[in-house]
Design a protein around this ligand. Structure first.
Ligand SMILES: [Zn+2]
Length: 116
């Protein structure tokens, strides 16, 4: 299983993206090294925190939250791909676990009360 700590670390290491050319920009830069545009954080980007997206993905919506992840500017393309795979595996594992639990309960019920 995926360790949630690893996911949080990956998010913290994500580079900022230039709002103008969408290239990755090192933390602490005053301007984009690719296109020279000054880096500005608008109010929408302030709400777009990595942990908010991660909580949504892994705590609430699963794969249904992937559009939010891909719309987010808080993650690089590489991290978006990795997180998409992770949340897909995570959701599939949850569905598989739920299915096995239901099937085991069903089997146990029929072993305890076999139909004649
Ligand atoms: Zn740029």
């Amino acid at each position: 299983m995926l360790e949630s700590g690893n996911v949080e670390n990956a998010a913290e290491e994500a580079d900022l993206l230039c709002g103008h050319c969408e290239q990755e920009v090192p933390h602490g830069s005053q301007a984009c090294p690719m296109c020279g545009q000054p880096l500005q954080v608008n109010p929408a980007q302030k709400l777009d925190r990595p942990w908010t997206v991660l909580v949504l993905l892994f705590g609430a919506t699963g794969v249904l939250g992937l559009p939010v992840l891909w719309a987010s500017r808080s993650f690089s393309i590489r991290n978006k791909i990795v997180l998409s795979l992770a949340v897909t595996i995570y959701t599939a594992a949850l569905v598989a676990a739920a299915w096995l639990a239901i099937r085991n309960a069903w089997n146990a019920w029929h072993e305890a009360f076999p139909t004649q």
